[in-house]
Design a protein around this ligand. Structure first.
Ligand SMILES: [Ca+2]
Ligand SMILES: [Ca+2]
Length: 80
């Protein structure tokens, strides 16, 4: 699994409180739903890779930008 399989519209489904950000807990649930559960450290690393403004949450725009350019980073991260 990698970010490329989820587009920004697909991410909305995992934003449970509809604040337009994916936080650590939402990312955790998302990865479990996608069949690729991550450790707490793995999730933090995923956020760190994508989080441009360093607020600790992922906006759909950040994820979208990331999938355009750096998908390979998270693809390899999700294998660990
Ligand atoms: Ca949210
Ligand atoms: Ca952010």
């Amino acid at each position: 699994m990698h970010w490329g399989s989820e587009n920004s519209i697909g991410l909305c489904r995992y934003d449970s409180e509809k604040d337009n950000f994916i936080d650590l807990m939402e990312l955790k649930l998302m990865m479990e739903k996608l069949g690729a559960p991550q450790t707490h450290l793995g999730l933090k690393n995923m956020i760190k890779e994508v989080d441009e403004d360093l607020d600790g949450k992922l906006s759909f725009r950040e994820v979208h930008t990331h999938t355009q350019t750096h998908t390979h980073i998270l693809t390899s991260a999700s294998r660990t």
